[in-house]
Structures are given as C-alpha cells and as structure tokens.
Design a protein around this ligand. Structure first.
Ligand code: COI
Length: 356
C-alpha cells in the first residue's frame, strides 16, 4: 500500500451553518484525494490536497470518449461520536468491475480503502450530524491522455471529493412519482449498463427531462431490446411488493448492481420475507396494480437510500401505490438501513467500517 502525502489547507472554509438546507452534492469540503496513473509506472503519488480545480488538456480523452467511472458512498456520524462507512468493500469491488469494463487500470483495493479512510479522517468535522444527513463520497477516475484516437488512455487521474449532503430528493422520504419510459432506453445487455460510468447517466437525461416536464421525479427504464421488462430508475434500483412477495429485477448485465439493492435483499431474506430476483414485465405490473396486488414500490440507492414510490405512470396508465403513502416494508427498510449506517441499530451483519 502506498503512503498518502497530506497537505492541509491554510484557508479552511466555514462549515454549513444550517444542516437542514444542505441539498445533495452542492457543497464540497476543504480537501480532495488525488492519485495519478502513468503507463509503465502504475498508480502513483497518492496525496490529499486542498480542494482545487484540476487543469486538463482540451484534448484529454475523457472529454471526447467518456472514458470515466465513478462511485458513490457515504460516511456517517454516530451519536457516540464514531465515524462509519457502510459496506465500502462493495463499492471498491464494483469500482474494479467498472474499471475492467471500461479498460481503465483498477486502483489497488488496499489503496482505495486507505484513500477513503484517510480522506474521511482528515475531513471528519465535515460530516453533518442532523438526522437524514451524511457526508457523500464521490470517487471517480478520468482518462487524461491528450489524444483524439479512440483507444484506452495511457494516463488517468483518480480523485475523491466529499460533499456534506441531505436527502437526494428535496421531499426527503416523501413518496416520489416515477415515469416509466417506453421510448428512450438507458442500456442494453453487452453495453455498459452494469458499470458505474458517467455515460449511462448522460444517456438518461433526455427521458428524465421528459418525465420532469410531466411532473415526475425520475424515470423507470425498460429493457433496451423488448422494452417490456423493468430495469432500474435513473439513480436507484427498484423493488415491488406484489401479493406479499418482494420482487426486484434480476441483474442481467444492463442493470447497476446497487449496494443498497443487495442490502435490501439481504434484510428482507433475514426477516423471512419471500424474495424474488427475476424478470418482471411492465404488463405484470399494470395488472398487479389493477387487481390491488401491487402493495408497495420503493427505490434503493446510496444517494436515495430507500425512496418510497407513490405513483408510477406508463403511457396513460397511472398506478397509485400504497395510497400515495409510505408502505410498511419501505419504512422498515429505511429505518433499518439508516439505523445501521448511523450506529443507532446493532450491525449484526458486519456492514459498517469505523474510520479512526
Ligand atoms: C448513488 O446513489 O450514489 C449514485 O451514484 C446515484 C447518483 C447518480 C446520484
């Protein structure tokens, strides 16, 4: 593992005075982590520096061919003053998988761990303490070769920035309305849908604008081939409770393998609920809504945590769910996940990692 050089800022910024108005990903802390990759030398020179703009050639490959990956995780303050990360090993493993898909040299896992823990430890005073807040952690890698040929870059930057954040959706745990998109698609099997790549999110914007114009918070994607099977929402995975069973689309190569998705599955199974990971068609969903079998729907994601869905719209069909309120499983998952993350509940799964 490489030693990280630390240069502390001489001009620390004021911390946000009102933690109820943080928003998501708008404020950044005093320091950032940065490490470089050079072909022949590997990843080198890890350091923590005052947060600053980065200078790149206009020809840097990331700007032209989107060779970029990112991750998202959070650090939490516990009531007894400890700092916890939630399942960082899962993000680090997923980052490695994404890198391999995008021909980016993966950051050695122990350097990734050390980067997270050291940066969080330097910035721990930035972790907000109000309920529903956390320090959002955004690691990312960009291709920096100054070259317009389409091929994997020979140089990269790995950077981690931190943002004290509140709820992803302005309404917090209030149920969101979701638009089921049947025209645009996000990803196809064999593409990069299961990778955490910025390009997937660029591909989602057009439909998100369409949904927003109709008053919907996010888009639920259908598969890119038949446009029939449910995949995921723009910033989260999706779950349904139908006739007592918890159902989520099976990972198929075009769906992001969410850490909170895995957590929901493990919790529901531990609670003895019947859980299915399988293909679910939009027609099955519409039918379940019609007969009253669609009892609950929620999204899961690091940023969104557990986000109850109050209504789904598919064409002209509007499906109201759980009376537009928060269903009991969504609420129990939210309470349990946030309880473990913030140390209020015992972590019998060993999911949290303390940062000293
Ligand atoms: C996360 O949940 O951390 C994500 O990466 C979703 C993001 C696009 C807000």
């Amino acid at each position: 593992m490489q030693e990280i050089k630390i240069e502390r800022t001489k001009t620390p910024k004021a911390k946000p005075a009102d933690q109820t108005r943080l928003g998501f990903g708008k404020i950044f802390t005093d320091h950032m982590y940065i490490m470089e990759y050079t072909e022949g030398q590997g990843w080198h020179d890890p350091r923590i520096e005052p947060y600053h703009p980065i200078v790149l050639e206009p020809s840097a490959m990331v700007f032209h061919y989107a060779q970029e990956m990112f991750e998202g995780l959070k650090a939490y303050h516990t009531q007894d003053g400890r700092v916890l990360l939630f399942r960082p090993d899962k993000n680090i493993q997923r980052a490695e998988n994404t890198c391999r898909r995008l021909c980016i040299p993966p950051v050695p896992q122990e350097d990734f761990h050390n980067a997270l823990e050291t940066l969080i430890s330097v910035e721990k005073d930035w972790i907000p303490t109000q309920p529903g807040t956390s320090l959002y952690i955004r690691p990312f890698i960009i291709a920096t070769d100054a070259s317009l040929g389409v091929h994997p870059s020979h140089s990269y930057l790995f950077i981690i920035i931190l943002s004290p954040s509140g709820a992803y959706y302005p309404g917090g745990l209030d149920p969101v309305k979701i638009w089921i998109e049947d025209d645009y698609v996000r990803a196809v099997r064999g593409g990069i849908g299961e990778a955490k790549a910025g390009g997937n999110y660029a591909a989602s914007l057009k439909a998100q604008m369409k949904g927003e114009a109709e008053g919907y918070a996010q888009v639920l994607w259908l598969d890119g081939v038949e446009r029939k099977y449910i995949e995921e929402v723009g910033s989260m995975n999706i779950f349904f409770k139908i006739a007592g069973k918890v159902i989520t689309p099976k990972l198929n190569g075009s769906i992001l393998p969410g850490v909170t998705r895995a957590t929901c599955l493990e919790l529901c199974r531990a609670w003895g609920m019947e859980v299915e990971e399988r293909r679910i068609s939009v027609d099955e969903l519409v039918e379940a809504a019609k007969t009253g079998a669609l009892e609950e729907c929620w999204g899961s994601g690091t940023a969104a945590v557990i986000s109850p869905v109050g209504a789904l719209r598919y064409g002209d069909t509007v499906m109201d769910i759980a009376g537009g309120g928060i269903g009991p499983v969504s609420q129990k998952l939210y309470d349990t996940v946030t309880g473990i993350q913030t140390g209020r509940l015992e972590d019998s799964f060993g999911w949290t990692v303390e940062v000293k």
